[in-house]
Design a protein around this ligand. Structure first.
Ligand code: PLP
Ligand code: COI
Length: 365
């Protein structure tokens, strides 16, 4: 695809961090806390996207009546830029994020943004802030595109004006404890998404609605929530910011199974990537309905040997324990499992350019 980053007007920061200050920030990276010197901004008015710009990272000025602040028209994405062995930088599957962003936009009655602008924003931002792309193992530059409704109007209807922004944040491990199994709480009280709702869109409201259940998980000593379906409160869907995989071993090659897409869970790009990578590694991969009771029985009997979560921020994170009201089930002795680790190594190898990119997922900047 032709690069469009040159269409972005560039206004460099007059006060970027010094190389030494930046190095200090990159030394102990905490997910989502530090941002690079610039951001990309494109505005939508009169039915078109206009004034693509890369400018110094900084506060936005919005009317207090902006519709995003009242009715929540806000969507976002997450993808990463990886340092390659030759020092160059590649984005991972930005076209898939662009497509999902526009599906989320359609669900929230927001305008779609052309892929050239979406990817062009990432290319322009990564180019100017390239010194921020870390090179350590498991490290990357996390890119966060988002769109908000900016009409200063209190009537309930789709906004006519929007802002698209892209900010960037150096990333290491998502969970503060590093690469160790997480414990998860299967919530029966709260529901993330119902049929016909916004579950498969990456909209801000889905995350706001998840926070109370996340707090409940913490109260029970768990790191994350497992969401169940809204009707039966029994079929496993996904986690707060990750999809789930279950590894079945029946003597032969491992079979990795993930919940089928029902319209109420996010169609993760890491999920789709792993369904392919599993095949590359000689595993069988399946998408199907996974009732919690069945999964707990299969863990107890040893039919399921590993459970892991996956997502852009979390990469692959093993799940060591599933808890809920009246049950607690440990998985693989609460240790990282071999299939999750093999998939993680294969995935990071492709992303970091140390393994061949046979699927054409890397997008050089
Ligand atoms: N599910 C939810 C709710 C998420 O927020 C994410 C993160 O983006 C995922 C799953 C994983 O999606 P992806 O692999 O595209 O990052
Ligand atoms: C991602 O993995 O990109 C996410 O959006 C997950 C989380 C940080 C919300």
């Amino acid at each position: 695809m032709a690069s469009t980053s040159s269409t972005f007007r560039i206004t460099p920061s007059t006060a970027p961090l010094s190389a030494e200050q930046r190095q200090q920030q990159l030394q102990s990276i905490q997910f989502g806390r530090v941002f690079t010197d610039h951001m990309a901004v494109v505005s939508y008015r009169n039915g078109t996207w206009q004034d693509p710009e890369v400018k110094p990272y900084g506060p936005l000025s919005l009317s207090p009546a902006s519709s995003v602040l009242h009715y929540g028209q806000a969507i976002f994405e997450g993808f990463k830029a990886y340092r390659q062995p030759d020092g160059s930088i590649s984005l991972f599957r930005p076209d898939s994020n662009s497509e999902r962003f526009n599906r989320s936009a359609a669900r929230l009655a927001m305008p779609s943004i052309p892929q050239e602008l979406f990817i062009g924003a990432a290319e322009a931002l990564v180019a100017i802030d390239q010194a921020w792309v870390p090179s350590g193992s498991g490290e990357s530059l996390y890119l966060r595109p988002f769109m908000i409704a900016t009409d200063a109007f209190l009537g309930v209807r789709p906004s006519e004006e929007y802002l698209f922004l892209l900010i960037a944040s150096p990333a290491g491990e998502y969970f503060p404890q590093g690469l160790k199994p997480v414990s998860v709480w299967a919530s029966k009280e709260y529901v993330r998404a119902a049929p016909g709702g916004t579950g498969e869109a990456k909209c801000a409201g889905n995350y706001a609605a998840s926070l109370l259940a996340q707090a409940e998980a913490k109260e029970h000593g768990c790191d994350q929530v497992i969401w169940l379906d809204a009707i039966e409160r029994e079929v496993i869907e996904e986690m707060g910011g990750m999809n789930l995989f279950f590894v079945y071993r029946d003597g032969g090659a491992p079979v990795v199974v993930t919940p089928a897409l029902t319209g109420t869970l996010l169609p993760g790009i890491t999920r789709s990537t792993l369904l392919n990578v599993a095949g590359d590694l000689g595993y069988q991969a399946e998408e199907r309905r996974l009732p919690l009771t069945q999964v707990l029985n299969d863990i107890a009997s040893g039919a399921i040997s590993e459970v892991f979560a996956c997502g852009t921020a979390a990469v692959i994170t093993p799940v060591g324990e599933i808890k809920g009201r009246g049950f607690a089930q440990t998985i693989n002795n609460n240790e990282n499992g071999p299939v999750a680790m093999a998939l993680r190594t294969a995935l990071l190898g492709i992303q970091r350019g140390t393994a061949p990119d046979t699927h054409g997922w890397l997008h050089p900047v």
